[in-house]
Every structure is written in C-alpha cells, then in structure tokens.
Ligand binder design. Structure first.
Ligand code: IPM
Ligand code: MN
Length: 360
C-alpha cells in the first residue's frame, strides 16, 4: 500500500517521540512491502516563531494532500502564563481539528499486565481494564463563541451542540461497541446542562439502531470517580469535547503513564494520529520522553487503513519491550538509562528481525 503521511511533530518532546514512530513505520514498510512517504510541516510554537501562525497555510495544504497525519505535541510554557497572548500554540491544534473536520477522537486505555505496579491504583482494581473513549472533538465549549468584556473583568465561553455533531461521533462509538464488549456509556452532565440533555436524547434515539449494544448514562462527576474506583466496568465511553479531554487524562493513570496513551482523530475525509500527552517541555531533548504513545498512534494509523497484521506486530513489539523493561524512566525506576530512541530502536529491531528477537 502507498501512503502519504504528513508529519507534524510540533513542540517540546513532540519531535523526539514522533521520530521513533516514523522509524517504526519505516521498518513496517520494509517488512511488509509498503511505500510510506513522509513529509514534515510546522505546527504550534515552532510555527509561530517561524511564520507568526501556529497553523500556517502550507501545513494545512500538506495535511489536506496527505492520507494521514502523524502529530507530535503542542505547547510552550512561554505562552501558558501570558493571558494577553493573542496567538497560542494550542490554536494550531484546534484549527487543524476544525479545518480537517476531525470530529471523533478515539482514546484507548488499557492496563498492561506488565505495568500493573506502575499505576498508583491497586493492581487488582485495574487488571484487565480495556476502555475506549470516544471524545467529540470539533464542537462544544472549545469552539463556542468567546467574549471578554471591555474592562476585562468578565468573560464567556459558549457551549453549543447540534444533533448532527452528536450523531456522527455517536455512530462511530456505537459501532466500536458492537465490535467490542457491546456496552456504551454516555458521560454527560444532563442534570445541569441543556447540551447534555440534547446528547442524551439524540443518543437514546439512536440506540434502537444498535439493539445489541447496552447503553448506559453517567454524570461526569460520578464518571470521574468510577474510572478510578472500578475502571473494568467500562467498555466504550462516549462524551463531549471538554469532558473527554478531562476524563482521558484521568484514565491514563490506569495504564501507569500518560506516555502510553495514543489517539486517533477521525473525520469523513481526514485522519490524524497523536499521543494524548502534551509537549512536556521540561523533558525536551533529554531522551527521557516515552515514545510508546507516539508509536501506538502509528499502530492506530495502520489499523485505520486496515493494515491489521502490521499494527499487531507493533503492539507485540511494545508488549515485549514492556515485558523486558526496555522502558523510559516514567515506567522504569531501575534502569534510567533507557532512552527514548533506544526504546524506538528495540521496537524497530523487533519488526526487522521478528524471528531473532527473544520472544515468548
Ligand atoms: C488534548 C490536549 C488539547 C485539548 C490541547 C493541547 C488544546 O489537551 O489533545 O487533549 O485540550 O484538546
Ligand atoms: Mn488534553
């Protein structure tokens, strides 16, 4: 298969983790006889420095002309504590999602057996956890009208949703549940918010088309508690943009490190794959960033194009690396010397020489 992949590595640790994902994809292309063509473009703080815009036109053009986008991370502390900054790196990511119509963000959360002790949660409570979060990505409070009064003393952010916006992501979530354990939990705040009541109504109406799926509802505050108390009760979680942002970071503690969580952002025409972690500027160029989330994003990219054996090989290599504790310091207090690129090398080697690697 030929794939044109746009590489937007962005800020902070973005470039170093994305390099590992590209390395792994190149190994897959070689092993399985595919042709993957990588083209890079700027996004985020680095793009602001170079062009004044966090999402330059050239980057949009490249994304539109590509089959898929591999994204790194975005954000720079320089902008975080400056409320008056007019241009922010995060605007690049939001614009990218909006312009490409990436309305569904899929965030799988798994407790790896090898890492049960890396989580602050009790191993017996998390063992076997396998959740897939479907977060709406181009609507809600993130994109509603924003106002700031002239005197600067009051501000508003509008949260708006339409039936169509809810339906298109909900269809994907229902279908995902059908292929999994057939349970869908809608997380909302329908006891308070009108938009949440609309979500409940629309999703309830859709349920008859997916009669094999059990639909449940949970208020977001309770969901935040249940994810920690008993994460195994969840299969697919469907939720709006901001709740999804918050609970997916929360859910990442189950796996032991946010450095393990990958995501796919899907629209009708385009698809982007990215770790859920941020740019972690303190770790930049230190070789301590965990590349697994980025490499798993590459596996999700392959699955998106139905390259199932290829993705399975990456997943197997990752499990092996965890098993052998070929891991960065976030997961490994014993051997702090295992760097970002060494983890990538191990996975690349596993793919290039599957038979020589000491497996099973
Ligand atoms: C994420 C990030 C983004 C978000 C930021 C960087 C705008 O936290 O992808 O979860 O809030 O969506
Ligand atoms: Mn987030």
């Amino acid at each position: 298969m030929k794939l044109n992949i746009a590489v937007l590595s962005g800020d902070g640790i973005g470039p170093e983790v994305t390099n590992q994902a590209v390395k792994v994809l190149k190994a897959i292309a070689q092993e399985f006889d595919h042709s993957f063509v990588f083209r890079s473009a700027d996004v985020g703080a680095i793009a602001i420095e170079e062009t004044g815009s966090p999402f330059p036109d050239a980057t949009l053009k490249l994304c539109k002309a590509s089959d898929a986008i591999l994204f790194g991370a975005i954000g720079d502390p320089k902008y975080d504590n400056d409320p008056s900054a007019k241009v922010r790196p995060e605007q690049g990511l939001l614009k990218l999602r909006k312009e490409l119509g990436l309305y569904a963000n899929i965030r799988p959360v798994k407790a790896y057996d090898e890492l049960l002790d890396a989580s602050p949660l009790k191993p017996e409570n998390i063992k076997g956890t396998d959740i897939c979060i479907y977060r709406e990505l181009t609507g809600g409070i993130y994109f509603g009208e924003k106002t700031l009064s002239k005197d600067g003393d009051s501000a508003t952010d509008l949260c708006a949703y339409s039936r169509v916006e809810i339906e298109r992501v909900a269809h994907l979530a229902f279908k995902a549940a059908q292929g999994r354990r057939k349970k869908l939990t809608l997380v909302d705040k329908a006891n308070v918010l009108e938009t949440s009541r609309l979500w409940r109504k629309v999703v309830t109406e859709m349920a008859s088309q997916y009669s094999d799926v059990t639909l449940e509802f949970l208020f977001v505050d309770n969901a935040a508690m249940q994810i920690i108390l008993n994460p195994k009760q969840f299969d697919v979680i469907l939720t709006e943009n901001m709740f999804g942002d918050i609970i997916s970071d929360e859910a990442s503690v189950i796996g032991g490190s946010i450095g393990l969580l990958a995501s796919a952002s899907i629209g009708d025409k385009h698809a982007m794959f990215e770790p859920i972690h941020g740019s972690y500027p303190e770790a930049k160029d230190k070789g301590i960033a965990n590349p697994i989330a980025s490499i798993l994003s590459a596996a999700m990219l392959l699955e998106h194009f139905n390259l199932i054996d290829e993705a399975a090989m990456i997943r197997k290599a990752i499990e092996k690396s965890l098993h052998l504790e070929i891991t960065t310091p976030d997961l490994n207090s014993k051997y702090e010397s295992i760097s970002t690129s060494k983890v990538g090398d191990f996975i690349e080697d596993f793919i290039n020489h599957p038979k020589d690697t000491n497996l099973n």
